[in-house]
Ligand binder design. Structure first.
Ligand code: GDP
Length: 528
C-alpha cells in the first residue's frame, strides 16, 4: 500500500451537477468556486454563459479554447479536500457529453428550482446516474421566491426520480417570508439576509426547538418551524449514509444560490459525505483506486474548431495510481505505448507547475484524432474500462452529399466523429444514406462544420421522421431473424455494425416492445 496515494485519494471528490436549464447550476457553481478560492474561475463560468445560445458564438468560444476547457473541469480545494467539478453542459450544448461526464464522476449534485420541481432534463440525467447507482445530493434552490411547498417538492422527487429523500435542512417560509433554514443534521439555525453574495453567516446553535430565542428571531414562524420539524421526525426518512452511497436515498438541502445562502452547508456536507474515488469495472476485473499502477479512461473529446489546429483534447479520468508528466502508458484499444508528455492537468490555481495527478483527477491529453471515447490508458496490464456507453439519440437528420464524389470522405469523417462521440450515425438496411443521431441538436451543426473543415465534405441535412433509436438484441435467434424480416424498413446498423431499431414515434416504439417480448430494446450501448 502506498500511504501517500491513499491520503491523496481520501481527500478527492469528483462530481457533476445534474439540473434542468435555469435551475441555477451556473450560479451555484460560481458560489462553490468562491468558497474554494478559485475566484478567477467564476468569471470563466460567466464567460461561457454569455455565448451558449448561438452556434457561431459557441464556435468562437471553442476557438478560444482556454475558456471552454477550464470550465469543462473546475478544480478547487476546500477544507483540505481536492474537489473536481465536471461540467455537464446544458441548454443547446446538451449532448452525449453531458451524459458521459456522469460516467466519470463518483457522485452528483442535483439542483432543483423550488417553483418547478423535477424537470425533464433532470429526469434524463438521473437515468444515467441510476445506471451506476451514483450517490446524489440534492439542493432545492430559489427559496427566496415563492415556490412549491417543500413537502410537495420532496414528493415530486420521490415520485418522478424513484429515490428516497432525507431532508437534512428545512426551510422557514419562502419568498417574501423566507427567514432561513434549520439544519436538522447540525441542529443549527441559519438566518437569511438577502444579497449575501460572498459573505457567509455563521449558524446559531439551537439544541432544543423549544428555545425561546427562536420566537424572538422568527416571531410566528417559530411555531411553524416547530410543527414542520415535528412532522418531519415522524414522516420523513431518517438519513442513512449507506443508502446515500448506494444511490437509493438523497440528502436534501434548501437554499438560494444567488444569495449564497445554504451553499456553505451544502459544500460542508458534500465533502464530508460524498464518496472518494471508487473502484471501477474493466472487461477483466475491478480496478481499485489504491492500486499503484496508473490507469484511466477518456470520457470526453473536445475538438478545436479552428481548422489550422486539428488537435483535440481527450479528457481522461484517472482511476488508479499516480500520473506523472511524461509517463509512458499503453493505449489498450490500439495496443500502442504513448507518452503523456503534453497532458494538461486541471488545477484551479496554477496549472503549469503541477506534475502529478491522482485518481479522481482529470487530465487533458492533446492528440490528432488517435483517441476515441472510452479508450483506456494503463501502465502495466492491458485493461479496458467498461460502462462508458453510447446513449440512444433523440434527434435525427439525414445527410445528403452535395458533391457525390466525396462519399469516401463522408464515411471517414462520420466514422471518426462517431468514435470521438461527437455524433452517432446509422445506415438503414434499405437504401444507402446516412442517418445522424444526436442527444442535443447543436451536435448536428458542430458535425456539419467539422465535416466541412476537417474532411472537405460538402453536404446538407434533410429532415427525417424518426423519434427514437434502440439497439436490439435477443437470445432467441429465430425471433430476432423474424423481427428483422418484419421490421426491415425500420432497421439500421450503427457505426459499429450493431443492429438498431429506428422508430418514427415513441408510441410505435412502445408498440414494437409490446409486440416483440423476446427482443430486447436497449437505450444504451456499451462502447467496449
Ligand atoms: P443554469 O441554467 O442552471 O446554469 O441556471 P443559472 O445559474 O444561469 O440561473 C438561472 C436564473 O436563475 C438566473 O437568472 C439566476 O440569476 C437565477 N437564480 C439562480 N439562483 C437563484 C436563486 O437562488 N434565487 C433566485 N430568485 N434566482 C436565482
Amino acid at each position: 500500500m502506498d500511504g501517500h496515494l491513499i491520503k491523496e485519494l481520501q481527500k478527492r471528490r469528483t462530481f457533476g451537477i445534474i439540473s434542468h436549464p435555469d435551475a441555477g447550476k451556473t450560479t451555484l457553481t460560481e458560489k462553490l468556486l468562491l468558497f474554494g478560492g478559485a475566484i478567477q474561475m467564476a468569471g470563466a463560468v460567466k464567460a461561457k454563459r454569455a455565448g451558449r445560445y448561438a452556434t457561431s458564438d459557441w464556435m468562437t468560444i471553442e476557438k478560444e479554447r482556454g475558456i471552454s476547457v477550464t470550465t469543462s473541469v473546475m478544480k478547487f480545494t476546500y477544507n483540505g479536500f481536492e474537489v473536481n467539478l465536471l461540467d455537464t453542459p446544458g441548454h443547446q450544448d446538451f449532448s452525449e457529453d453531458t451524459y458521459r461526464v456522469l460516467t466519470a464522476v463518483d457522485s452528483a449534485l442535483m439542483v432543483i428550482d423550488s417553483a418547478k420541481g423535477v424537470e425533464p432534463q433532470t429526469e434524463k440525467l438521473m437515468e444515467v446516474c441510476r445506471m451506476r447507482n451514483t450517490p446524489i445530493m440534492t439542493f432545492i434552490n430559489k427559496l427566496d421566491r415563492d415556490g412549491m411547498a417543500p413537502l410537495d417538492i420532496l414528493a415530486d422527487i420521490e415520485d418522478k426520480l424513484q429515490i428516497e429523500c432525507a431532508p437534512l435542512s428545512w426551510p422557514i417560509g419562502m419568498g417574501k417570508r423566507f427567514r432561513g433554514v434549520y439544519n436538522r443534521h447540525q441542529n443549527q439555525l441559519y438566518l437569511f439576509t438577502p444579497g449575501g453574495e460572498t459573505r457567509h453567516q455563521e449558524g446559531i446553535l439551537i439544541t432544543d426547538l423549544a428555545d425561546p430565542r427562536l420566537d424572538e428571531m422568527l416571531d410566528s414562524q417559530a411555531d411553524e418551524l416547530r410543527e414542520d420539524v415535528e412532522l418531519l421526525e415522524g414522516a420523513a426518512n431518517p438519513f442513512e449514509l449507506e443508502a446515500y452511497l448506494k444511490g437509493s436515498q438523497t440528502p436534501v438541502f434548501f437554499g438560494s444560490a444567488i444569495n449564497n445562502f445554504g451553499v456553505r452547508e451544502l459544500l460542508d456536507a458534500f465533502v464530508e459525505m460524498a464518496p472518494s474515488p471508487q473502484a471501477r469495472p474493466t472487461t477483466t476485473r475491478l480496478v481499485d483506486p489504491q492500486e499503484t499502477a496508473f490507469s484511466g479512461f477518456a470520457f470526453k473529446i473536445q475538438a478545436n474548431m479552428d481548422p489550422a489546429h486539428r488537435d483535440r483534447i481527450a479528457f481522461v479520468r484517472i482511476c488508479s495510481g499516480k500520473f506523472t508528466r511524461g509517463m509512458k502508458v499503453l493505449q489498450t484499444r490500439i495496443g500502442k505505448q504513448v507518452t503523456l508528455s503534453n497532458a494538461t492537468i486541471f488545477m484551479a490555481q496554477d496549472r503549469t507547475h503541477v506534475e502529478e495527478a491522482y485518481p479522481g483527477d482529470i487530465i487533458g491529453i492533446h492528440n490528432h484524432g488517435t483517441i476515441g471515447i472510452g479508450d483506456t490508458f494503463c501502465e502495466k496490464e492491458a485493461l479496458s474500462f467498461t460502462g462508458i456507453p453510447n446513449f440512444a439519440p433523440d434527434h435525427f437528420r439525414r445527410v445528403q452529399l452535395n458533391n457525390p464524389l466525396k462519399a469516401k470522405q463522408l464515411l471517414k469523417g462520420l466514422t471518426q466523429l462517431a468514435e470521438e462521440g461527437a455524433v452517432q450515425f446509422f445506415r438503414p438496411l434499405t437504401g444507402n444514406s446516412y442517418i445522424l443521431g444526436a442527444v442535443g441538436v447543436l451536435q448536428f451543426d458542430v458535425t456539419m462544420a467539422r465535416l466541412k473543415s476537417e474532411y472537405g465534405v460538402d453536404a446538407r441535412y434533410e429532415p427525417v421522421s424518426f423519434a427514437a433509436a434502440r439497439w436490439v438484441t435477443s437470445e432467441d435467434r429465430k425471433q430476432l431473424a423474424h423481427f428483422e424480416k418484419e421490421k426491415y424498413a425500420s432497421l439500421a446498423h450503427d457505426s459499429h455494425g450493431k443492429l438498431t431499431y429506428l422508430a418514427s414515434s415513441l408510441w410505435r416504439l412502445d408498440n414494437a416492445m409490446e409486440e416483440w417480448p423476446a427482443i430486447r430494446f436497449h437505450k444504451t450501448r456499451e462502447l467496449i
